[in-house]
Design a protein around this ligand. Structure first.
Ligand code: TPP
Length: 362
């Protein structure tokens, strides 16, 4: 696959078209029907949760949230291939992958309610916290890859990053050393066309992100990130390649952030309705749904009933997060040093006095 779709040839890997028809039979994966329907349900769950969370933020019940809306195929396809022993090194916009690893919506809600406890993802094996400092997580991914290779383990690291993250020095350092050390890391770049309001065309003079793999001497591929079949195949091939000891793979998944960057952003200020409508035709859920309906594996009726159930489940986990015990002040100050220095002790003391003063004013 990586030879056929060498990014130097500027050929994007795609299996179905925008209407859900198979256009690349050679690469259509053999996945049993039950697993296929499960993948669609996972995308639907992520989308339902995503839209509902934005509405909670508008109600003032959660501080902020970065929507995944439109990008669901990438993280759900990752979840189909990623195993328990593999590592997930997240950015902050791949909900389907967190859930596949064993993370919960409640964990995600806690993070965006300001509780670091959520970021522990305590039920997820081999998963790092979400990383808001852009691209810094990629360095950790390469480090984990080094350990895996050093100890001759059979594990893969899935490291997520956005298109704008590839302009950071950390991206270069991580991908370069992963290539030099031939470590089993899959760099999953979600090219959603924007870094907040910065469009991809001004992000780099490079023809694509995938083509950068050529200079690093590693395998790379540009994939239609809204085509779950293509994503599944590319990730599966990358995983096999890395497990066979061939080194890292850079996957550029072409997608579109249908929502805002975060709930503090207003995309109408920097992009047009025409552009949004054009990308809407490529929506990952619409395409997979059309495929499943054509095979009589899914119906609108089933979907409507499921969404009702999903909404209840999202609400249940959200309320649990809302009722989570308040953050302990000591936790904010206590994790940095074994013996807290005097100036930090003073900061904690000042802050506690401030809270007492605030309470007394009520
Ligand atoms: C090191 C660093 N610089 C700047 C920021 C502010 N910031 C937050 S998100 C973002 C854009 C990220 O864009 P991209 O990597 O394309 O990912 P996306 O948000 O589109 O998923 C920026 C600049 C940050 N969080 N960290």
């Amino acid at each position: 696959m990586f030879e056929e779709y060498n990014p130097i040839n500027e050929k994007i890997f795609r299996v179905i078209d925008n209407d859900g028809k198979v256009i690349n039979k050679k690469w259509m994966p053999e996945i049993d029907n039950e697993r296929l329907v499960k993948a669609y349900k996972d995308m639907l769950f992520a989308r339902t949760a995503d839209l509902q969370t934005v509405s909670y933020q508008r109600q003032g019940r959660i501080y902020t949230y970065p929507p995944n809306y439109g990008q669901e195929a990438i993280s759900v396809a990752t979840g189909m291939v990623m195993r328990d022993e593999d590592w997930l090194v997240p950015a902050f916009r791949e909900m389907g992958a967190y859930l596949a690893k064993g993370g919960t919506l409640k964990d995600i809600f806690l993070v965006f309610m300001g509780h670091e406890d959520g970021n522990v993802f305590k039920n997820a094996n081999h998963m790092l916290p979400m990383s808001v400092p852009i691209a810094s997580q990629l360095i950790h991914a390469t480090g984990i890859g080094y350990e895996i290779k050093y100890n001759k383990k059979k594990e893969v690291v899935y490291a997520f990053c956005g298109d704008s993250g590839t302009s950071e020095g950390d991206f270069h350092e991580a991908v370069n050393m992963a290539g030099a050390w031939k470590v089993p890391v899959i760099f999953m770049i979600q090219n959603n066309q924007y870094g907040i309001s910065t469009p991809f065309k001004v992000q780099t003079a490079s023809k694509s992100i995938a083509i950068k793999s050529v200079a690093y001497g590693i395998a790379g591929i540009q994939v239609d990130g809204n085509d779950i079949f293509a994503m599944y195949q590319a990730i599966k091939a990358a995983s096999d390649y890395a497990l066979a000891g061939n080194g890292p793979v850079l996957i550029e998944a072409m997608t579109y952030r249908k929502g805002a960057h975060t709930t503090s952003d207003d995309p109408t200020k920097y992009r047009t309705k025409e552009e949004e409508d054009a990308w809407d035709l490529t929506d990952p859920l619409k395409r997979m749904k059309a495929y499943l309906i054509s095979k009589k594996l899914w119906s609108q009726k089933e979907e409507d009933a499921l969404v009702v159930e999903f909404k209840k489940e999202v609400e249940r986990q959200f309320v649990e997060a809302e009722n989570y015990p308040a953050y302990k002040i000591g936790d904010v100050f206590g994790y940095m040093y074994e013996d807290m220095p005097d100036d930090l002790k003073k900061q904690q003391n000042d802050y506690e006095n401030f809270l007492k003063w605030k309470e007394a004013r009520k």
